[in-house]
Every structure is written in structure tokens, then in C-alpha cells.
Design a protein. Structure first.
Length: 222
């Protein structure tokens, strides 16, 4: 199985380093993505939006061989992987949301998140209106995140066949905007739901458990 791992806000592919190492030891291929705008100093760049991030990951999937593939996204990247699956679902075996937003057509990170996170975005973008500063407590490698990607609505047509869907919850951490979502998905037979109750940043707090859950996924395309 090949795993493509997409990080959430402010973070790069480095957030999955330990998860990727474990999966590779188990014989899997792994590609951890750093989304556009999060890989270099950004002061002079045009801030990427959600469409740009979807395009970036879709191009990576299109370049991949035709073997079994699981596309995994954390937090904000739930919107990115949903957009990719809408275009290329027939190329995917699994779509894995890691304590992530699960959008419908017309949703955005802004519309799906909590008032507290919307205020964090507003406060963080105050300096220039374009880039949301890194919240306190994140890894020193974290970079400002493009506000345009948080507020742009996603367009989903369900034109492609849907892969198997898994949700991995970080548990009921204080302020989580995912608690009601997780409970709804638990009752949906179309979803497999797992819980690793260590908080939002599962890849950093318990990479071994996350890798173990991902390693249970099997090729699923008919």
C-alpha cells in the first residue's frame, strides 16, 4: 500500500516523519506532502487557496503508479483530500480523515470550524490580511498558513467513485470542533471510525498508534 499523508494548518510533511518511518518499516510506500505556501518563506508569495492545494495533491496522485493507495489528511487537509477524491476517487483505495474536517459541497474550513478557531484565524491574519500566523505551541518548523485556503468553499460533484472512508478521532480534546462529527460518523455504515485519544495532533503525540491503524487498511478497489 502507498500512503500519501497531507498535514493540517501551519504544518509540513515533517509532522508525519515518525508515522512514515513506521509504515516504511512495515513495507509500505509513503509520501508526506508539504502544501504550497508552507514550504518556504512566504512574504512575497501569492497565498495559495484551497483549489491550489487540491490541485497540488491531485497532480501527485496522477503521477503515482496504479497500485493500492490511501490518501490521508489531518485537520484542514480533510478538505484537500475530499477535493482530490471528488476528482480521482477511482484512483484511491482509502480516504482517511485524521481528526479532520469532512466537507460537503459548499463547505469551507471557516464554515465547519468553531467560533474559537474562527477567532484564532482572524487574530492571526491581522498583520497583513493574507497569512495566519503560527499559533503558540506548534513546532518551530511551522509556518504561517494562507488565509485564502481556510475561507474558500469547496466544490464537490461526486463525479468519481468513492473509496473506502475512515475517520481517526483524537478524542474529545478541549475545544474540539470534531466531537459531533465523530459521533455522527460512528453511526454511518459507510465509515470506519477509530479513536486515538491523545488530542488533535495525533501524528506527533502517538505516531505508533496512528501508523498501526493505517497499517490495517487493505486494498479495497473492485
Amino acid at each position: 500500500m502507498k500512503f500519501v499523508l497531507v498535514p493540517g494548518g501551519w504544518q509540513g510533511g515533517w509532522v508525519f516523519d515518525e508515522v512514515a518511518a513506521q509504515l516504511r518499516r512495515d513495507g509500505h510506500q509513503v509520501e508526506a506532502v508539504t502544501l504550497g505556501g508552507l514550504d518556504a518563506p512566504t512574504e512575497a508569495d501569492r497565498p495559495p487557496n484551497l483549489d491550489d492545494h487540491i490541485d497540488q495533491v491531485a497532480e501527485l496522485i496522477e503521477r503515482s503508479d496504479d497500485g493500492p493507495l490511501a490518501l490521508c489528511g489531518h485537520s484542514y487537509a480533510g478538505l484537500v483530500i475530499a477535493g482530490v477524491a471528488d476528482r480521482l476517487g477511482d484512483r484511491l483505495d482509502h480516504l482517511v480523515f485524521i481528526d479532520a474536517y469532512v466537507p460537503g459541497d459548499g463547505d469551507s474550513c471557516w464554515s465547519l470550524t468553531s467560533d474559537a478557531f474562527r477567532q484564532l484565524f482572524i487574530d492571526g491574519v491581522g498583520a497583513d490580511g493574507r497569512w495566519v500566523t503560527v499559533p503558540a505551541g506548534l513546532d518551530p518548523r511551522a509556518r504561517p498558513h494562507p488565509m485564502a485556503s481556510f475561507v474558500q468553499s469547496i466544490r464537490l460533484t461526486n463525479a468519481k467513485s468513492a473509496p473506502s472512508r475512515t475517520y481517526i478521532s483524537g478524542g474529545a480534546w478541549p475545544g474540539s470542533p470534531f466531537i459531533e462529527l465523530t459521533e455522527r460518523l460512528r453511526g454511518d455504515p459507510a465509515w470506519q471510525v477509530h479513536e486515538i485519544p491523545v488530542g488533535h495532533n495525533i501524528a506527533r503525540r502517538d505516531p505508533d498508534s496512528l501508523a498501526a491503524v493505517l497499517a490495517t487498511l487493505k486494498p479495497h478497489r473492485s
